[in-house]
Design a protein around this ligand. Structure first.
Ligand code: ADP
Length: 481
């Protein structure tokens, strides 16, 4: 049995260790994945923020370009049909030509199919939008498109001279991070000792790719943030491990208790066989002697007395076992009105005279509703134990009864060996005996106190045992009146 329990214990330990290890691995992998996702999101958000700021900047400059082209004091736009090329040719000329460089440009537009000899507002608008989109695609590549010197100079000034605003990028970055579920503080372009994550560097120069102005963000509390994100998974895992451990512990305790009960039962059966065998052998030998030999009347009576004594012993033994078994199934009837004083006085009447036995009461008239027979047997068991386990020179047992607040307290104190703390609760279990090695010099089956407890519980009371002072045990019964 012990080997089987050990085997089950080893198997269960492996299982629990396996579950815990898998959980740890799963949590670690989830953390890693979450960390990668965090880094991806931070970098993507930075790209998005820079792109968005860049596009806002382009939009502002393109708005200015549009205004210049529509401004007749800045440029004059004309249109003329070229019959050779079969296209309308537009001319854009500076009103106040720049001293150096090109001040005029002619161009046609493939998409413009109309035949015009002078400019119309609709054609002008179409031409301006075409130019704006050309300039925009060049801006995206980091160039400035020069139509005429003045337009080019003004565009360069507007586009290159005002760099991307870091405050706008920061706001945009915060918004993009929030969209991705990250609300952590960060700083731009600052190398921090305690930084737990730094993004890759993004070029924010408007002249990119020719010039480099790098931007990166540093985050301090990345790990704490990730732990917060994963808190439910972590809590769930810890709970799962705890539940598994408690199940393991519970099952192990159950197995050990079962094992202990089996041992106690084996012990009980061995004890019992011995207890039954001795009187039975004695009866058999005496009966044989009676049958084989003729004895005088006095000797015959002596033999018969032995047979009677041993049969009574057997009967009381079976009674004790039967009583205990009966109590398991049936309910105890609580119909008797018991006068506590009389019950206790009658109980001690026939007891061993070598023992100093005393009974005291706080008052004479205490009445209790209950089962007189069972209660008498139960208290007798306690007094019997107090005497039979007593090894002192002058065995003393003191019984006292008092009533207070509708509660009867009966205390049975002895000056015997007492009961070690670790056995105080267990002695009320069936078949339990305080171990005294393999030798029990006091006979018993471990049934007495379990019977007492059942009777007291049936009366809705309680029983406990304490150390008597200065020595011995003190059993306390409490019964509601
Ligand atoms: P048993 O038939 O063994 O007496 P009980 O259920 O009456 O069974 O008692 C259980 C155990 O409690 C005993 O084996 C004994 O060791 C211990 N015990 C009970 N009463 C006393 C007492 N008054 N003093 C010391 N030990 C006691």
């Amino acid at each position: 049995m012990k080997r089987k329990i050990l085997f089950a214990f080893i198997l269960m330990s492996f299982c629990v260790a396996g579950i815990a290890a898998l959980q740890l691995y799963y949590n670690y992998a989830t953390y890693q994945e979450e960390s990668r996702r965090f880094e991806r999101s931070c970098n993507d958000a930075l790209d998005e923020a820079v792109d968005s700021s860049f596009s806002k900047h382009r939009k502002i400059v393109l708005g200015e370009l549009r205004a210049w082209l529509h401004d007749p004091s800045f440029v004059k736009i004309t249109a003329k049909w070229n019959s050779d090329a079969k296209q309308t040719v537009f001319t854009i000329a500076e009103v106040e030509p720049s001293p150096n460089g090109q001040s005029k440009i002619s161009m046609s537009n493939e998409d413009f199919k109309e035949k015009l000899d002078s400019i119309t507002p609709k054609a002008k608008k179409k031409l301006v939008e075409h130019m704006v989109s050309q300039v925009d695609s060049e801006f995206k590549r980091g160039y400035v498109w020069f139509y005429t010197q003045k337009i080019g100079d003004s565009l360069s000034k507007a586009f290159y001279d005002i760099p991307l605003d870091l405050r706008i990028i920061k706001k945009q970055y915060q918004a993009s991070l929030k969209e991705k579920g990250i609300s952590l503080p960060f700083v731009f372009n600052e190398k921090q000792e305690e930084a737990s994550y730094q993004t890759k560097k993004v070029n924010i120069s408007l002249r990119r790719p020719h010039k480099k102005e790098l931007l990166y963000a540093s985050f301090v509390n990345k790990d704490l943030f990730l732990l917060k994100e994963l808190k439910w998974i972590l809590i769930g895992s810890v709970l799962l491990i705890l539940i598994t451990l408690s199940c393991f512990w519970y099952t192990l305790r159950l197995l050990l208790t079962q094992h202990k009960i089996n041992e106690i039962k084996d012990d009980f059966i061995n004890n019992m066989t011995h207890e039954i065998n001795t009187p039975l052998t004695s009866i058999a030998i005496t009966a044989e002697a009676l049958k084989k030999f003729s004895h005088d009347k006095q000797a015959q009576e002596g033999y018969i007395d032995i047979i009677l004594y041993q049969s009574r012993k057997l009967m009381s033994l079976t009674d004790e076992i039967l009583n205990s078994a009966k109590l398991e199934k049936s309910e105890i009837e609580l119909q008797d009105t018991i006068k506590v004083k009389i019950l206790l006085e009658e109980l001690v009447k026939g007891m061993d005279e070598k023992v100093q036995l005393s009974v005291s009461f706080s008052e004479n008239e205490i009445f209790l509703k209950g089962n007189k027979n069972h209660l008498t047997r139960a208290i007798s068991n306690l007094v019997d134990n107090a005497i039979k386990y007593n090894i002192s020179d002058i065995p003393t047992v003191a019984i006292s009864a008092s009533a207070e607040n509708k509660m009867l307290t009966i205390a049975i104190a002895d000056n015997g060996p007492g009961i070690p703390d670790e056995h105080k609760e267990k002695i009320f279990s069936q078949f339990y005996r305080v171990p005294s090695g393999n030798i029990h010099n006091v006979k018993g089956y471990g049934l007495g106190l379990s019977y007492v407890k059942k009777v007291i519980l049936a009366h809705k009371g309680s029983i406990s045992v304490k150390d008597n002072i200065p020595e011995g045990s003190l059993f306390i019964i409490k019964l509601p009146l």
